[in-house]
Design a protein around this ligand. Structure first.
Ligand SMILES: Cc1cc2nc3c(=O)[nH]c(=O)nc-3n(C[C@H](O)[C@H](O)[C@H](O)COP(=O)(O)OP(=O)(O)OC[C@H]3O[C@@H](n4cnc5c(N)ncnc54)[C@H](O)[C@@H]3O)c2cc1C
Length: 411
């Protein structure tokens, strides 16, 4: 059996590596190289407890004000609104507590053992040192802000996701760079961090190749079918044929999904990071600053600040106001920090209207499989998604019930 895995982000590389470990012949195809998409620039958090979607109750009321507020992390390209509107209607329809609970249950099954899943993926490879087990801290500037999120912490608790609440003062004894900044900090237990997501995934891809896997640079432009059977990819480098095809194209999955007969309400949520290179000081913990919804992550030789939700489409330009906001946020947080320079990145999160990813076999084209749509938590869930996909492709049992992620719901 020859399997073609399309897209070398965390989902594709994990799938390819697990397949190669099973002795399957695999070709991994990407237009630009491993971790050249969203998996490069994320905040690096293995956020096992991030099981609350963006579409929380009350969002519809709050969103217009947020779009007008220059300190809010929500952006939109107004000229994109006509194209965005059909998706937005469906997306906003999920901003209710029943859906949040359903989503949290499903995502807990995918995310809760994320550190162990990444450790299993990287075991015995040069990628292991990139993974660390540590608390992921949600930091609130006021007690009232923490209290307003109480309902979300209860849902995490109901799903068995452990956390501990400490005062800002106590937190500062563990992480002095955060002295006198926060009132309340929630330390999410059983979480982790990848110290350099891009290098981590490239190293996993090296491991895949060392097991005999083939890596090919090519842009996928179409599919060749014989009846319902997919026979080859049409690419910038000619046709690539195989027996089975797994599509892990992240935010660029929309076009191929349509070709596979899936009608998925699907959008990209633009996101950004800035990196302070060689900072004069470094915090110890990865922290989500709740007021601005941005994450500050210590990384190898640099401090990364990631966040922003920018509904501007995959071809949207870099939003300078969003990048400026991240820069203002870091200056306010650490006014005395110095560094060599700032690097900036603009990426895209793959998001469905119900925020659930699609993982599984396409009934109408049984030799086609998909794994995409992990929005804000794809690094966290990618190791397990790739492993599950490799099991489905090789007709083995999966670790979890994948019905909440069934792509055929969109057929
Ligand atoms: C600012 C920001 C912060 C984030 N922080 C976190 C975090 O802390 N923790 C977390 O878990 N998640 C986080 N995420 C989300 C996470 O990064 C994504 O969900 C995840 O990387 C998606 O992985 P993927 O493999 O599905 O897609 P990608 O990594 O985007 O991979 C898709 C690949 O497909 C390739 N491709 C696309 N089209 C074609 C084509 N036509 N031909 C060939 N190749 C093609 C691309 O080159 C790309 O390499 C964050 C995202 C952003 C934007």
């Amino acid at each position: 059996m020859h399997v073609i895995v399309c897209g070398a982000g965390i989902n594709g590389v994990s799938c390819a590596l697990w397949l190669a470990r099973k002795g399957v012949q695999v070709t991994l195809v990407d237009r630009a190289g491993p971790a050249s998409g969203t998996s490069y620039g994320n905040a690096g958090i293995l956020a096992a407890g991030s099981v609350i979607p963006v579409t929380v109750p009350g969002l519809l009321k709050k969103a217009p004000g947020m779009l007008m507020d220059s300190t809010s992390p929500l952006f939109m390209r107004w000229r994109y609104l006509p194209r965005l509107a059909p998706f937005l209607r469906k997306y906003m329809a999920h901003a209710n507590i029943e859906h949040v609970r359903r989503y949290a249950r499903a995502m807990t099954s995918l995310l809760s053992d994320s550190v162990a899943q990444h450790q299993a993926l990287a075991k015995g490879t040069a990628a292991e040192p990139f993974i660390s087990f540590e608390d992921y801290c949600f930091a609130y500037q006021t007690r009232a802000a923490f209290d307003a999120d109480h309902w979300a912490w209860s849902i995490r608790q109901e799903n068995g996701l452990p956390h501990e609440v400490v005062s800002g003062t106590e937190f500062a004894t563990q992480d002095p760079l955060y002295t006198d900044i926060f009132d309340t900090v929630v330390q999410n237990k059983n979480h982790g961090r990848i110290s350099d997501p891009g290098e981590y995934i490239k190293t996993l891809c090296d491991e895949f190749q060392s097991l005999g896997g083939e890596f090919k640079i090519a842009t996928i432009t179409g599919l060749r079918m014989q009846g319902t059977k997919l026979t080859a990819l049409q690419t910038s480098d000619g046709d690539i044929s195989g027996d089975k095809f797994a599509f892990t194209l992240g935010p660029w999955a929309g076009d191929i999904s349509r070709k596979l007969g899936l009608n998925v309400p699907f959008e990209s949520e633009g996101g950004y990071h800035i990196e302070l290179i060689n900072p004069s000081d470094m915090p110890n913990n990865p922290v989500m600053v709740a007021s601005g919804k941005f994450v500050v992550t210590p990384m190898r030789g640099r401090l990364r600040l990631a966040g922003i939700v920018d509904f501007s489409g995959l071809d949207g330009p870099d939003n300078q106001s969003a990048l400026d906001l991240l820069e203002r946020n870091i200056t306010e947080l650490f006014p005395s920090l110095t560094y060599d320079r700032i690097d900036r990145w603009h990426g895209f999160r793959p998001t469905t209207a119900n925020s659930l990813p699609l993982i599984g076999q396409i009934k109408k084209h049984p030799n086609a499989f998909v794994g995409f749509g992990h929005q804000h938590v794809g690094l966290t869930g990618g190791a397990k998604t790739g492993r599950i996909l490799s099991a489905i492709v090789t007709q083995q049992p999966t670790e979890i019930d994948t019905s909440p992620f069934d792509p055929n719901a969109y057929a």
